[in-house]
Design a protein around this ligand. Sequence first.
Ligand SMILES: *[C@@H]1O[C@H](CO)[C@@H](O)[C@H](O)[C@H]1NC(C)=O
Ligand SMILES: *[C@@H]1O[C@H](CO)[C@@H](O)[C@H](O)[C@H]1NC(C)=O
Length: 433
Amino acid sequence: MGPFALNLLAAAALLCGEAAAQLLAFPGAEGFGRYAIGGRTGQVYKVTNLNDAGSGSLRDAVSQANRIVVFTVGGVINISSRIVVSKNTYIAGQTAPGDGITVYGDGFSWSNAHNSITRYIRIRMGKGGQSGKDGITIAEGHDMIFDHVSVSWGRDETFSISGTAANITVQDTIIAQGLETHSCGGLMETDGGISLFRNLYIDNKTRNPKVKGVNDFQNNVIYNWGGGGGYIAGDSSAASYANIINNYFISGPSTSVTAFTRGNANFRGYVSNNFYDSNRDGALNGAALCASTTCYSNMAIQSSKFNYPGPANLLSPAAAVDHVAARVGCSKPVRDGVDTALINQLKSWGKSGALISDESSMGGPGTIRGGTAPADADGDGIPDAWERSNGLDPNDASDAMRISSSGYTNLELYINSLVPGTYYYYYSYSAMP
Ligand SMILES: *[C@@H]1O[C@H](CO)[C@@H](O)[C@H](O)[C@H]1NC(C)=O
Ligand SMILES: *[C@@H]1O[C@H](CO)[C@@H](O)[C@H](O)[C@H]1NC(C)=O
């Protein structure tokens, strides 16, 4: 059974098991942001060039609401100012040919981009970005999901969610190498709910992440944080309510402090089975942290889990590391050289990794091949071959945005078929704790 069949099964199961009105953003969407609608009721927009702006560019694609954005080109899009994403936008990076899409330059804002879905894209800020700006910023807005994104080289934070932002998920994403001197993973600080599942935080001196408010942190891998801290439990007078479950912390060459720092009794944490490998011996051989305040930086340990929408299948900490190493970040069509180098650092299990102050040591954004998009006679975003094999008319552009019996548009069925609908598809049930 291929990923497409699984997608259909997941969609069918959803229709039977939950109210049809609450369709998942895509099969495999989880957490607080899982119901984001994206561009389902809008139009398709095809990104046809790598220009910074103008017709056919990514900036133009996301400048108006209600679009499903697909790509007929792969490569590096150099941007000279920030891209601001509109609400109800589904950026489907997995549709790009070649090696997919890297956006290099000044970073993105999803502030007020309610109901956005973002998948399989690389956002690499770098020294050319504005000082004081983040790789990705969300300061307000609700219902957003980021899936298989690779974000790196933030000048301020690398990926930050703060303010009144609510109901947001970041899953299967790599958050890497905040640039020195700030060198931050990012703030995850809102009362409206953030889910962080199966992400890799790597090579950031501090804030991997820094958490306040309502937060669900499960199956993440944190590698080579620096002296500023790994998971920082918000040290303010405001109250926090966090699950911290089955994550794996692995020290690297830059690591000089323990996994959890700076909590106090206002930070209420439900903690379970978080592993820590601090010995940098070239093998993955950590052990569970003690479930008490001494291991969790003075936070107030809770006896029961906060009732947040968790992962469908929680992985063991070791399986989470396998999963993160094998497939998170923008892994479709392929991982780029930067993510490959980062994963090689992770798999040194403590021996390699570094904080960086500019991206030249990583070779910049690298070479991203352009590729050739499949034929699409009616220009509706769905390739002819897929239309034929799924009972659609390759000469009828109106069928792409038609809602199918699954609840998704035909275009979404196509773009979701390009990638696995479940992360646990790969695992035997023995990987489940
Ligand atoms: C984008 O920026 C990179 C790195 O500075 C550069 O090598 C590349 O030529 C630029 N591409 C275009 C199309 O300007
Ligand atoms: C977030 O989702 C919850 C549950 O559906 C809902 O009650 C709440 O109003 C949402 N918050 C915002 C700001 O949309």
